[in-house]
Design a protein around this ligand. Structure first.
Ligand SMILES: Nc1ncnc2c1ncn2[C@@H]1O[C@H](COP(=O)(O)OP(=O)(O)OP(=O)(O)O)[C@@H](O)[C@H]1O
Ligand SMILES: [Mg+2]
Length: 352
């Protein structure tokens, strides 16, 4: 491979609870090119750290991505937090000390047990002079979670350049391709569903809940008395899980309470955003993550929440410059959304 003088290569490595996803992006001037990608499901439901490291090595080998390219990891889950906080306009130093002073309100852990960072969200898009408020993303994670992630990647001979919060990575993928109206992006993974709401191209809301495709699989195992692998396959069979015209299907019934929980989470997030902000109503829901590949899930979401929903294509705005499995890439692209967003660094202000 030969790259131009101004090109830069970045790897987004999304170590999920069900699968490892990797993307290699080349930044040529202002256009991002997808150079390589790969996905590898774990063999087991709960892999050990060594097994996760082996899956990482496997996905790199299979996708032919060099191991030592500038790698960004993603982090999410119970002991991580993304807080979108409004502050009155103040200097950078005042902001820094105000955030430090209020840290205990944002994160329910002692300061010496977390890593945290922050960035101003509304500087570039909104005219700074006319803004009375500064919108800041304050993010943090328990140190042991970050340390474990680094340890796993080191075991796979990956030495990350940085770690980004998954809600912020999702924001990166969506912000430049939507308009100013409020849009919700919902990543339905295996164990976690993340909802972010972006309005005027600024992330205004972020929430994560511990529910996702694994809960659907467990529901199928319990209700239909099938093996876990069969339940996984059943989910992936075209039109089996959700058939919007005949909602009484046996398989759908088994999953109905989990779908209801996921829909309730999305509904609650949107209702909270709409009650708190002056950015109007959410006009569209975009779905990504592996569980967005469930046939008809967009129709189920639109019908239940009465907001147009569609499957998000994170490749919009990116040149696909790899020849590997074009058809497959098109199909699974929503599952790569986090990995693609990870390569965009946005942190400037808060570095500790
Ligand atoms: N074609 C498909 N149809 C239905 N479900 C699918 C399909 N492909 C993957 N899934 C489901 O998507 C989930 C994995 O998605 P994803 O890779 O986004 O999760 P993850 O990032 O590993 O998990 P998390 O974000 O919760 O840590 C699994 O529950 C898997 O069964
Ligand atoms: Mg995920």
């Amino acid at each position: 491979m030969k790259f131009g003088l101004f090109s830069k290569l970045y790897t987004g490595l999304d170590i999920g609870s069900h699968a490892v996803k990797v993307v290699l992006i080349e930044k040529r001037k202002k256009v991002n090119h997808l150079i390589g990608w790969g996905i590898s499901d774990y063999d087991k439901e709960t892999p050990t750290d060594d097994e996760i490291a082996m899956s990482i090595q496997k996905v790199y080998q299979d996708s032919d991505i060099p191991l030592n390219r500038c790698v960004w990891l993603g982090i999410s889950g119970y002991s991580t937090k993304v807080r979108i906080v409004k502050f009155p306009k103040m200097s950078h130093d005042e902001l820094k000390s105000t955030i430090e002073w209020h840290l205990a309100e944002y994160f329910p852990y002692p300061k010496d047990e977390i890593y945290y960072d922050w960035t101003i969200l509304n500087t570039s898009q909104e005219a700074q002079g006319s803004q009375k408020e500064t919108l800041v993303a304050v993010v943090g994670s328990k140190r042991d979670l970050v340390d474990r992630l680094i340890d796993i990647s080191n075991k796979a001979r990956i030495y990350p350049a940085g770690i980004n919060m998954i809600p912020m990575a999702l924001y990166n993928t969506v912000k430049s391709i939507i308009g100013r109206e409020a849009v919700a992006l919902v990543d339905i993974g295996a164990k976690i569903t993340t909802v972010i709401i972006v309005a005027r191209q600024i992330v205004c809301f972020s929430r994560q809940t511990e529910i996702g495709g694994d809960s659907l699989t467990s529901a199928l195992v319990n209700e239909l008395r099938v093996e876990r692998n069969d339940a996984e396959n059943l989910k992936k069979e075209e039109s089996k899980l959700i058939n919007v015209d005949t909602d009484n299907l046996r398989v759908f019934k088994a999953c109905q309470s989990i779908f209801t929980e996921i829909l309730t989470e999305i509904r609650k997030s949107i209702a909270f955003f709409e009650s708190e902000s002056s950015y109007g109503r959410v006009v569209k829901i975009l779905l990504c993550g592996g569980s967005s590949l469930i046939t008809n899930i967009d129709k189920l979401v639109s019908k239940s929440l009465k907001i147009p929903a569609e499957i998000f294509d994170p490749l919009k705005g990116i040149e696909v410059s790899c020849t590997k499995d074009g058809e497959e890439l098109e199909k699974i692209a929503p599952q790569l959304a986090t990995g693609i967003g990870l390569v965009e660094e946005i942190w400037k202000e808060g570095r500790q």
